[in-house]
Design a protein around this ligand. Structure first.
Ligand SMILES: [Zn+2]
Length: 183
């Protein structure tokens, strides 16, 4: 991290020196990626049609689990604000207050890991919206959420209290009989 005041006559030189130190420390490839991410934060790049389709397919089970829980889905921006090369499709999700976070569809692991990771990232986003998602259907009065995990190569939700697998991610039971969604 470096702070250079606007109007600092040596600002450009300081920034150049800072970048050279960083390049020496993390290597050319990582440095190029870092600079590209900096640029993408300022100028997000729209995903390609292939990437958009992959993103939608990958997210569908998680969005379905949001819906059955009565949870408002995020606004999905099909644009990347970071560069992870061929390792991941990077997009952005936002809440109603426009607070957002990056979301990564990992392409370098198993299908189970990819879905597990998306469940975890979306759960993190719901936590920022003060939601307990997904609510544990085994302990309706306890007000705790399920956690994602990988079991038998499959992404699942389990209860952190007793460790029991509740459902595959994308197959969460609907909450019939419960009151309206948590606000
Ligand atoms: Zn539970």
């Amino acid at each position: 991290m470096i702070i250079i005041w606007n109007g600092d006559p040596d600002g450009e030189e300081k920034l150049r020196a800072f970048h050279e130190r960083m390049r020496a420390r993390i290597g050319d490839e990582a440095f190029a990626r870092h600079m590209r991410t900096q640029d993408l934060m300022k100028h997000p790049q729209e995903l390609t049609e292939v990437q958009k389709a992959l993103l939608r397919d990958a997210l569908a089970p998680v969005l379905r689990d949001l819906e059955v829980a009565g949870q408002v889905p995020p606004l999905i921006r099909e644009e990347s604000r970071e560069d992870l090369g061929d390792d991941a499709i990077c997009a952005w999700i936002e809440g109603p207050d426009r607070s957002g976070q990056g979301i990564r569809v990992w392409l370098n692991g198993s299908a189970g890991y990819q879905l597990y990771s998306l469940a975890e990232q979306v759960q993190e986003w719901t936590a920022d919206q003060w939601a307990t998602w997904p609510p544990c259907p085994l302990h309706l009065d306890a007000d705790h959420r399920l956690e994602p995990d990988i079991r038998d190569d499959e992404a699942v939700w389990y209860c952190p209290n007793d460790g029991q697998t509740v459902a595959a991610v994308g197959s969460l039971p609907s909450r019939r009989g419960r009151r309206g969604p948590a606000q």
